[in-house]
Design a protein around this ligand. Structure first.
Ligand code: PLP
Length: 397
């Protein structure tokens, strides 16, 4: 397939790797390829890269470097938090609280723990996707070992009241984890002010490479190791470190910390234009998620009467990369559980479209998208209005 440059509006799926990040990681593939556990100079050079990255990631979260454990992804960090806590605290608890709108990395891990005999409470959300902190308080029992509520949702961008939920968990003496994969590098985070004990992040959502992430583990919180083997990461995550990937995450974190304010302002301005213009230009379009408490980069909608995938594919042909909110399993599009949790009917949820902007997007690209999107929706609606129903089709042979 030829490398056609699309206008990329799918930054919640992944972000392009910044050239500065690629430049920072290359020496660790070319010259500084040592094993950070080796005692010789070749090993020490690699170790220095890993430790510098740990400082950059820690600074972005207002954490201490020793509180950062590098992982192979955001998914692994989520698994580590839930499974590690369940094992470490099994003598005192067997109950986990999470929300109905978490990423699969949390939902499927929670389901795995349920299959091992733990109880999981999935808290509902309101029509904007918000979890009620009072519902968290009410759900905590003396058997609750962990509360895991995401910082911001990947499909609808809603930002949860994390500091408030964290304060309740702290008061009740329950560990609090947040999946911050969509927010680290995009929103200011202070793990101590926000009462967070465990936090997951992923490099490829902040202009780093795929296949590297981290778990923040508050000092004094001990999880049972989730990957068994060597003593890397102070015995908290076995396996030889992905040194180049970790260095890249560190550089991405450093740059994100420096540029967060201006990036957020840029994203918010583009996002607001997209939301306001599309709501005006596309009849019956529905904005999903919270009107104001949303990720700077995220505009998400439902287009009644159409499949999100059909819009995505037409926009793809027109040169735009966006996402539909539903997962496509063996050719059958299932409505997204997150959108159903907002109370949207399944037919409406099937029409989900997510547009997520990034640092490289320009006003001119947004202008083109705003011109093309209504045309695509109009064309698809015309087609579906004139398509024969199944029975009509059969009647005509
Ligand atoms: N959690 C959230 C909220 C995400 O959006 C994602 C990725 O889409 C993940 C977890 C998984 O991260 P990774 O792709 O690094 O495994």
């Amino acid at each position: 397939m030829s490398e056609v440059q699309q206008a990329y509006f799918d930054h919640a799926a992944t972000t392009p790797t910044r050239p500065e990040v690629v430049a920072a990681m290359l020496p660790y593939l070319e010259h500084r390829w040592g094993n950070p556990s080796s005692l010789h100079v070749t090993g020490i050079r690699a170790l220095e890269g890993v430790e510098r990255a740990r400082q950059h990631v820690a600074r972005l979260l207002q954490a201490a470097p020793e509180e950062i454990v590098f992982t192979g992804s955001g998914t692994e960090a989520d698994n580590h938090a839930l499974i590690g806590a369940a094992h470490a605290l099994r003598s005192t608890g067997d109950h986990i609280i999470t929300s109905a709108v978490e990423h699969h990395a949390i939902h499927y891990t929670a389901a795995h723990l349920e299959s091992l005999g733990l109880r999981v409470t999935y808290l509902p959300v309101d029509e904007t996707g918000l979890v009620d902190p009072d519902a968290v308080r009410a759900a905590i029992t003396d058997r609750t070992l962990l509360v895991s509520i995401m910082h911001a949702n990947n499909e609808i961008g809603t930002i949860q009241p994390i500091a408030e939920i964290g304060a309740i968990c702290r008061q009740k003496g329950v560990l609090f984890h947040t999946d911050a994969v969509q927010t680290v590098g995009h929103l200011p985070i202070d793990v101590h002010h926000m009462n967070i004990d465990l936090l997951s992040l992923s490099a490829h959502k902040l202009y780093g490479p795929k296949g590297v992430g981290a778990l923040f583990l508050r000092e004094g919180v001990n999880l049972t190791s989730y990957i068994h083997g060597g003593g890397q990461e102070s015995g908290r995550r076995a396996s030889t470190e992905n040194v180049a990937g970790i260095v890249a995450l560190g550089e991405a974190a450093r740059l994100a910390g420096e540029e967060m304010e201006q990036e957020a302002a840029h994203a918010t301005a583009l996002r607001e234009r997209i939301i306001h213009d599309l709501l005006r230009r596309v009849p019956d379009l529905i904005l999903t998620g919270h009107p104001t408490r949303r990720l700077p980069n995220s505009a998400s909608f439902c287009v009644p009467g159409l499949e999100g995938e059909a819009i995505l594919l037409d926009l793809d042909e027109e040169g735009f990369a966006v996402s539909s909110g539903s997962a496509c399993t063996s050719g059958v599009s299932e409505p997204s559980p997150t959108l159903l949790a907002l109370g949207l009917p399944p037919d409406m949820a099937r029409g989900a479209i997510r547009i997520t902007v990034g640092r490289g997007n320009t006003g001119a690209e947004v202008d083109r998208l705003l011109a093309v999107f209504p045309r695509v929706v109009h064309r698809l609606r015309e087609m579906s209005a004139h398509r024969p129903t199944l029975t009509e089709g059969l009647a005509h042979g």
